[in-house]
Write a protein that binds this ligand. Structure first.
Ligand SMILES: [Zn+2]
Length: 170
């Protein structure tokens, strides 16, 4: 899924703009300081003189920019990415297991292969290498990516809604 598709304004949560996500990944890795000028609503990085957040449309006079991203927001991104990759991996493993079982069924199901160990091994290796990789990539990259994104996004929306209540009560 491309970065542009990741953020959809209709899902009620302005996290995470592409630039913010990139920055927070760098912060998490210790490659970038958590400092700058950020939208006070969605934490999109703002230029020094930017007066309206290009990501969520919040004016800096409506909500003052902040100079660092709250730890809770960084934690939300970490959780989102963990959920996504866990589900992508689960689907990829499922693809691999399907290839293992289908390869076994093939080798055991064809009398010629059952009787010829070398050919059986070759066929099994090919099924595993090509089928396993293909299925893992397809299931992980297509279904895993979609389902992982939806699930991670749902959790993020709930967390964002709770965070808004907490933040704006303070
Ligand atoms: Zn914003």
């Amino acid at each position: 899924m491309s970065e542009e598709q990741r953020y959809r304004p209709d899902d009620e949560c302005p996290l995470f703009s592409e630039r913010l996500e990139e920055l927070l990944v760098a912060v998490t890795r210790g490659e970038s300081p958590n400092a700058g000028r950020f939208c006070g609503y969605c934490y999109h990085p703002l230029g020094e003189w930017t007066r309206v957040c290009p990501h969520c449309g919040m004016g800096t006079d409506q909500r003052a920019p902040v100079d660092s991203v709250p730890e809770e927001i960084i934690e939300m991104l970490r959780a989102q990415r963990q959920t996504e990759s866990r589900i992508v991996n689960a689907f990829a493993y499922a693809g691999l297991i399907i290839a293992v079982l289908a390869g076994l069924a093939l080798v055991l199901g064809i009398p010629f292969l059952r009787a010829n160990l070398i050919w059986a091994t070759v066929v099994y290796a090919v099924v595993l290498l090509i089928g396993g990789r293909g299925l893992a990539g397809w299931l992980g990259g297509y279904y895993g990516d979609r389902i992982g994104y939806e699930r991670a996004r749902r959790a993020l929306r709930e967390r964002w809604a709770a965070w808004l209540v907490e933040r704006d009560a303070a």
